[in-house]
Design a protein around this ligand. Structure first.
Ligand SMILES: Cc1cc2nc3c(=O)[nH]c(=O)nc-3n(C[C@H](O)[C@H](O)[C@H](O)COP(=O)(O)OP(=O)(O)OC[C@H]3O[C@@H](n4cnc5c(N)ncnc54)[C@H](O)[C@@H]3O)c2cc1C
Length: 633
């Protein structure tokens, strides 16, 4: 078995020098940041090298970038890769994810032919996403370009009689998946400590000749690369301060902190001052929008249950459809799912498109992409929104690539605009706003030269409407052309957990993380703090947890908050011993008031908190309970 590892040189966003901030514009001067190897790609490299220990073969490290990106290849060789390939050409610059995936897929074909001598028995491994783009779109789009399966969110692997088995994270738990054919693509999440380089191996790495290929060497069609091949364009960059306005107040006097918390809680209960209404969009007199067709959402269902994030998408789709005078459609893919159309209509869908098939019982990226893309080709919507859930982030990139559509990941804002760029005018197009560079900047993006404008939207940000069971809509049934050979992979086993809905509706949540250290530590601090805080605020409080706390066995999965847990929006959220990983923040950052307790003053959770206590939670929590009990009395 051979291995190709995709590595990327990225700006070091963990160490941003002061002079790199443009304080006036609120943006970052990217050129002033150091360049490092993307952390998850280091993990991918380690993952591949560990596989190679079990099944010997060649490991090729592949990167696309400017000539100085060869540094990440030298690093790869020093860790254990055998060959380095640098894809470099000015023509490849300025590419979005599709225009990055296409030349990388071409380079992989050339590696197969010229380095592996036509042997198809190889695995492509990459980090799930890079810290600069944070889109997680390139690996699935490469897989779509190559027509192969990808297994995302991989956490470990094993070989069973020579067959690769990959364990991966899903929203509902974990599953073990085995590819049916090779090559296949595996994308890795946090996995293990990256390997270290020895001095002699590093010397060897710097003495090696690297392959250096241009766009012509990989036979690239110039209409698919660089700026010309990009289907999305960044039209504005601005400071996240305009979007998220939280300034953490650190307070070590817990009596004072409790009073401030109460004041803030009470003031948020009072009716907010009339907010200035953003003017509603109207198409300019006599003009038509650039794109035509309905506004679609992908209704994510697993096990016959619709993810509530899909109802939020419907709420947004109605808002976007109204000024364009278009209808709202929802796409459902799966087995035995017809019954779900009523619910989608109640939440605002005018039309429901159902792609049902025996082989679509469980989510697998290749057949689901085929089914959704066939519907798009048949009915031609102008927009399609997916939720930025693990499933949505696996499916949307492939559907976008297959249908020649631009896709923007993890949007927190979507609206319709007209604008001018150079001598090109855009009318009635979708503006997609999202955080970038680890949340350090915000970017607004539009789709160009595309069949459909596509976005994934962060769950918990858009508003679902109240369901109206009296609503009526049209249902279209479609039989997708799927065969066994389309599956690409098989789910060997799955460990599912039940999601409860109670946390989602809680007014007060106290959540504990791995900082609680043990189950006893969690039990001692978190439920008692929840009880006291609930009593103090006159609300019932519930217990939440980070994924690591759940995986460490502190509490069961139904309490997990975050991307693969529940999205919550309580009036007060307390995060105790939680670092603030983006997957956790996704599930709770829209809470009205956030209080964080952490011993690390630089923990990311403080960036989204209103109140912060720095210290050891074993000491702080009993003191805080005392302060709550005495002030509430
Ligand atoms: C696909 C995918 C989906 C995921 N989904 C989720 C999800 O839904 N929800 C989720 O939470 N995570 C999710 N994760 C995992 C996420 O990336 C983080 O690993 C996880 O959130 C970390 O949990 P934590 O903050 O409890 O632990 P850590 O990151 O280990 O942080 C522990 C924190 O506790 C602090 N601490 C330690 N000791 C003390 C003490 N004595 N007193 C005070 N503070 C202390 C530390 O300073 C640190 O900040 C997902 C990851 C992936 C790849």
């Amino acid at each position: 078995m051979n291995y190709i590892v995709l590595v990327k040189q990225v700006p070091d966003i963990k160490n941003i020098p002061n002079e790199a901030w443009d304080w006036e514009k609120g943006t970052l001067k990217r050129g002033l940041l150091d360049n490092v190897c993307n952390e998850l790609d280091k993990q991918a490299l380690t993952f591949a090298l560990r596989m190679k220990e079990k099944h010997n073969g060649q490991t090729v490290s592949l990167t696309m970038g400017p000539p100085f990106a060869e540094e990440v290849l030298r690093y790869s060789l020093s860790i254990g890769a055998d060959v380095g390939v640098l894809l470099t050409d000015r023509k490849l610059g300025g590419a979005d994810t599709a225009a990055t995936a296409y030349p990388l897929a071409q380079a992989i074909r050339k590696i197969e032919k010229e380095i592996f001598n036509g042997d198809k028995n190889y695995v492509i491994v990459s980090g799930m996403q890079s810290v600069d783009g944070d889109t997680a779109q390139v690996p699935p789009q490469i897989a779509e370009g190559l027509g192969i399966v990808h297994i995302a969110y991989a956490t470990s692997f094993s070989f069973d009689n020579g067959n690769l088995r990959v364990e991966r994270i899903t929203r509902r738990g974990t599953e073990t998946v085995t590819p049916e054919n090779y090559p296949c693509m595996v994308t890795v999440t946090e996995w293990t400590q990256p390997l270290n380089a020895s001095f002699s191996r590093t010397r060897w790495a710097y003495s090696q000749k690297l392959y250096q290929w241009s766009a012509a060497d990989i036979n690239a069609d110039e209409s698919h690369i660089g700026l010309t091949g990009s289907r999305t364009a960044v039209v504005r960059i601005f400071s996240p301060k305009e979007a998220i306005q939280r300034n953490c107040v650190f307070e070590s006097d817990l009596g004072k902190l409790v009073r401030m918390l109460k004041e803030s809680y009470t003031s948020k209960l009072e009716p907010a001052e009339e907010e200035e209404e953003t003017p509603k969009y109207h198409l300019p007199e006599g003009k038509k929008s650039d794109y035509k067709g309905d506004i679609w959402i992908y209704a994510e269902q697993e096990g016959g249950e619709i993810n509530p994030a899909s109802f939020e998408l419907l709420g947004k789709a109605i808002e976007l459809a109204s000024p364009l005078d278009e209808k709202v459609g929802a796409v459902l893919v799966g087995k035995d799912i017809k019954g779900l159309s009523k619910e989608l209509i109640a939440y605002g869908a005018d039309k429901v498109y159902i792609a049902e098939h025996e082989l679509l019982e469980n989510f697998l990226p290749v057949p689901y992409t085929k089914a959704a893309s066939e519907l798009i080709e048949k009915y031609k919507p102008q927009m399609m929104l997916f939720s930025a859930t693990p499933l949505g982030r696996e499916l949307a990139p492939r559907v976008a690539y297959r249908t020649s559509s631009g896709l923007t990941a993890d949007c927190t804002g979507l609206d319709i605009v007209d604008f001018k760029r150079g001598d090109r005018e855009f009318t009635g197009v979708l503006r997609q706003t999202r955080p970038a560079l680890g949340g350090n900047i915000m970017a607004s993006i539009i789709t160009q030269n595309s069949t459909v404008q596509m976005s994934t939207a962060r769950p918990g940000v858009m508003q679902a409407l109240k369901p109206d069971n009296g609503r009526t809509g049209e249902v279209f049934e479609y039989a997708p052309r799927i065969t066994e050979s389309d599956l690409g992979a098989r789910i060997v086993s799955a460990e599912l957990h039940q999601l409860t809905s109670e946390l989602k509706d809680a007014a007060v949540i106290v959540a504990g993380g791995s900082g609680c250290k043990t189950r006893e530590g969690f039990d001692k601090c978190i439920p008692s703090l929840a009880e006291s805080l609930g009593r103090f605020l006159g609300q019932e409080a519930m217990v939440g947890a980070s994924r690591l706390a759940v995986e460490s066995g502190f509490i069961d999965r139904s309490h997990q908050v975050g991307q693969t847990g529940q999205t919550v929006k309580p009036r007060v959220y307390v995060a105790a011993g939680i670092s603030g990983a983006v997957q956790h923040l996704t599930g709770m950052q829209n809470s009205d008031i956030i209080l964080a307790i952490n011993k690390d003053p630089n923990a990311r959770i403080f960036k989204v908190a209103d109140f912060g206590i720095v210290g050891n939670l074993e000491e702080i929590v009993p003191e805080l309970i005392k302060a709550l009990n005495s002030q509430g009395a």
